[in-house]
Design a protein around this ligand. Structure first.
Ligand code: ADP
Ligand code: MG
Length: 301
């Protein structure tokens, strides 16, 4: 097959591993810098141009779209979809997953376990908003943060109130969440391909920190997840419409709760801590599922 990887940096671990896996399985693979692609939108034969010419059609495209380029990246991917190229994850699903509120609403609608969550911009009753998530301690999240940057723990009612007041004065939408203390600073990253969790790791925050992000000094290890955690992760991925995703769960005393569903999960942490060849499993999934014009987005938007 002819496979394109949309990625801004061919040297990144995940990109390299996907290229290796494609080549090892006998495919022709090209890494395209997402931002350098330009699109012929108006023509009756849509095309993607790169380095001065229209690209020959690909059978499949693997989007690795960073959070900071979601908007343009989704447009490039949509263009491939219009041309009939099979997308590993669809543009609509990626856009959806990048909006934390929208994602949680989709999961809530499907009855998937979530932390108690509130969402606000300029709430006219701060105390009532806090009550909604069961009071302090609670977690406040900016809507578009990644790597734990926009996530703050308010340990007392007073701290929560001042934090919310501060956010009110910024033009920021934010999310309030029950603090899952019993998770003890750790979460589960489940790598879902199709209808299976193919690898799972536990991430543990460093001492004195509740955020387990590896970028914040968290450490990863192999973990055995329960059947309930497994099915929660798979259902979350499916409701988001993602073929490949990283579903983050917290172990709460009311069962597994989903924190977020990542549409371009990094492969380094999960491959290193589990010893699994996730990249090859992704390529095998493409071999099995890729068909021309197989996207729900085609002709829609
Ligand atoms: P980001 O997108 O920036 O990674 P997350 O929502 O994943 O933001 O939060 C970062 C980390 O903070 C999580 O991996 C988890 O360890 C911790 N965390 C987030 N929400 C909660 C919560 N409600 N209760 C306990 N810990 C949380
Ligand atoms: Mg996270």
């Amino acid at each position: 097959m002819r496979i394109a990887v949309l990625s801004r940096n061919p040297k990144l671990y995940s990109t390299r591993r996907l290229v290796e896996a494609c080549e090892a399985r006998g495919h022709e693979v090209t890494v395209l810098n997402t931002l350098k692609c330009y699109l012929d939108v108006a023509s009756h034969r849509p095309s993607v141009h790169y380095k001065g010419k229209a690209l020959e059609p690909f059978d499949a495209v693997i989007p690795r779209i960073g959070a900071s380029v979601t908007f343009y990246g989704a447009a490039v991917l949509r263009q491939f979809e219009m041309m009939g190229t099979y997308p590993l994850n669809e543009s609509v699903a990626i856009t959806r997953s990048r909006d934390k509120l929208r994602s949680l609403q989709i999961l809530a609608r499907a009855g998937i376990g979530l932390p108690l969550t509130g969402f606000a911009s300029h709430p006219d009753d701060t105390k009532d908003l806090i009550k909604l998530v069961g009071g302090a301690p609670l977690v406040v999240k900016l809507l578009e943060g990644t790597q734990g940057k926009g996530v703050v723990l308010a340990e007392t009612q007073k701290a929560a109130e001042s934090l919310i007041d501060a956010f009110k004065n910024l033009a920021a939408n934010f999310m309030l969440q029950e603090f899952i203390k019993e998770a003890g600073g750790s979460d589960l990253r489940c790598l879902v391909i199709g209808d299976r969790v193919v690898a799972a790791m536990q991430r543990q925050a460093k001492a004195g920190e509740f955020r387990s992000n590896l970028h914040r000094g968290g450490t990863a290890s192999l973990v055995k997840i329960t059947p309930e955690e497994r099915s929660t992760a798979v259902r979350a991925a499916q409701k988001m419409g993602l073929n490949v995703s990283g579903v983050d769960l917290l172990r709460s005393n009311h069962g597994p709760v989903v924190m977020e569903v990542n549409s371009s999960p990094g492969l380094e942490g999960i491959e290193t801590s589990t010893g699994k060849d996730v990249a090859s499993m992704i390529v095998a999934f493409i071999e099995k599922n890729a068909k021309a014009n197989k996207t729900r987005t085609r002709g829609k938007g």
